[in-house]
Design a binder for this molecule. Structure first.
Ligand SMILES: Cc1cc2nc3c(=O)[nH]c(=O)nc-3n(C[C@H](O)[C@H](O)[C@H](O)COP(=O)(O)OP(=O)(O)OC[C@H]3O[C@@H](n4cnc5c(N)ncnc54)[C@H](O)[C@@H]3O)c2cc1C
Length: 415
């Protein structure tokens, strides 16, 4: 099979890139070793984080660093055995997380993040699933006056710097918004602008269906077989034989470096693992919007399968066996916060956030490898940024004027 362009990886990022290339009249084959949106893009918290211009930095506070190192906080879980391999990436992530680095990242992220809802809305309309969008914002919950006041101070500064909206709310207002929360809290911040969906995997699959309906092809194949042929075309081995294209896009999320390393292109890609579990709820209890327990770093949100609990970050070998210690650790707090009943999934789901040190994705051509493109590394925001990144990538591939300056996302910034 020969085509204009192949997109390697059918997560939210890959399927969005495929749709945007197809809209620009490219013949596109989407290649994955599994199904559409079956990996990281399946199990996230489903929030389109338009407040996410403020990135998720690595802590610099010495106390917090010590707590991370000794696994004293439920928001993070460190595997010491993974440290030697992760150290170079972690060090760069740490360095990019100082105040100046955060400001640079926010500046870079802003054009993508601000367009994220509009770009999802457009694809959702075309896929006929616009009804999945819940325009409720989300709540960050605080148990103590000290934590709440510190959050208000930080958010006030962020509002000035980055224009992120928030509304401090009282315990009475929390009860009005979320009558089924069972714990008495000190206060909350309502982040009014983010939206969410009840099944991020289903959104990815609906985008995949749209791509097929418009004549796109989805093939099973192994991206690590990618080679550049002597005629300059790119080839991977699919289940039904070789797939050949003039150009190729790497959208392999946390596995993107596997292919780049093959071509001796070094990229400091790390992964922050995370888990989810669904629960039934007692009686008619439900949540009207996602809630973030800021003390314990997990999110609870009402999903199609039940109440989904998603955990914070696990620093571990990307493909090492699951160790859902964080889930076990936060579950009692979650049960205290909300009337969770039985676990629904036979075992916890494990996902991997693809993270570049400066918390920005890589979008654009891979230097020295003509016809090879990158679109990966979307950190905690891959569900949010998939469609807008796909648009930017497709504009660059087809020579259109990009809607924003792509310089902050160039892959060679780490060389
Ligand atoms: C617990 C958790 C909660 C999160 N919550 C949110 C949220 O609320 N909002 C948000 O915006 N983001 C969230 N994220 C982040 C988001 O899920 C990711 O950034 C996003 O899913 C990454 O998408 P992707 O398409 O790059 O990668 P993936 O979805 O992982 O897709 C990569 C694809 O590549 C394929 N692949 C890999 N290797 C090969 C190979 N060798 N050959 C062929 N195919 C291959 C895989 O099968 C997979 O389909 C969360 C993540 C986690 C873990």
């Amino acid at each position: 099979m020969t085509t204009d362009i192949m997109v390697l990886g059918a997560g939210m990022v890959g399927v969005s890139a495929a749709l945007h290339l197809q809209k620009r009249e490219r013949s596109v084959v989407l290649v994955d070793r599994g199904g559409v949106a079956d990996q990281t893009s399946y199990g996230n918290a489903g929030i389109i984080q338009v407040e996410g211009v403020v990135p998720y930095p690595f802590p610099h506070d010495p106390l917090k660093l010590a707590q991370y190192a000794f696994n004293m906080l439920p928001e993070a879980n460190l595997h010491w055995s993974a440290l030697p391999k992760m150290a170079p990436w972690l060090w760069r992530y740490f360095r990019a997380s100082d105040e100046a680095g955060q400001a640079r990242t926010a500046q870079g992220a802003k054009p993508l993040v601000l367009a994220s809802i509009t770009e999802h809305e457009a694809l959702m309309r075309e896929a006929g699933i616009e009804g999945m969008l819940r325009r409720t914002g989300y709540l960050r919950l605080y148990r103590t006056a000290q934590a709440f006041d510190a959050a208000v101070t930080k958010e006030t500064a962020d509002r000035l710097k980055y224009g992120v909206n928030f509304e401090p709310i009282t315990p009475d207002r929390i009860r009005e918004l979320e009558p089924h929360l069972t714990e008495r809290l000190h206060g909350a911040l309502l982040m009014p602008d983010p939206v969410s969906v009840p099944d991020p995997g289903a959104v990815g699959k609906a985008y995949g269906e749209l791509f097929l309906k418009r004549g796109g092809k989805i093939q099973r194949g192994e991206a690590r077989t990618l080679v550049q042929r002597t005629d300059g075309n790119w080839e991977v081995l699919g289940d039904h034989g070789p797939i050949v294209a003039r150009e190729a896009v790497i959208c392999l999320g946390p596995w993107s470096d596997d292919v780049l390393h093959k071509f001796k292109f070094s990229i400091p890609l790390g992964s922050k693992r995370g888990y989810h579990m669904h629960y039934s709820a007692r009686g008619n209890a439900t949540l009207n919007r996602p809630v973030l327990d800021t003390d314990n770093g997990y999110v609870l949100t009402a999903m199609t399968k039940g109440i989904r609990l998603t955990t914070g970050a696990e620093f571990a070998r990307r493909d090492g066996p699951p160790t859902p210690a964080q889930l076990e650790r936060v579950e009692p707090a979650a049960r205290h916060l909300f009337p969770l009943e039985n676990r629904v999934d036979p075992q916890p789901w494990l996902g991997r956030r693809p993270c570049l040190p400066d918390m920005l994705p890589a979008i654009g051509p891979v230097p020295g490898l003509k016809g090879l493109w990158a679109d990966f590394g979307h950190h905690h925001l891959g569900f949010t940024l998939g469609p807008v990144s796909g648009r930017l990538l497709a504009e660059m591939v087809t020579g259109e004027t990009p809607f924003t300056d792509p310089k902050p996302y160039r892959i060679e910034r780490f060389q």
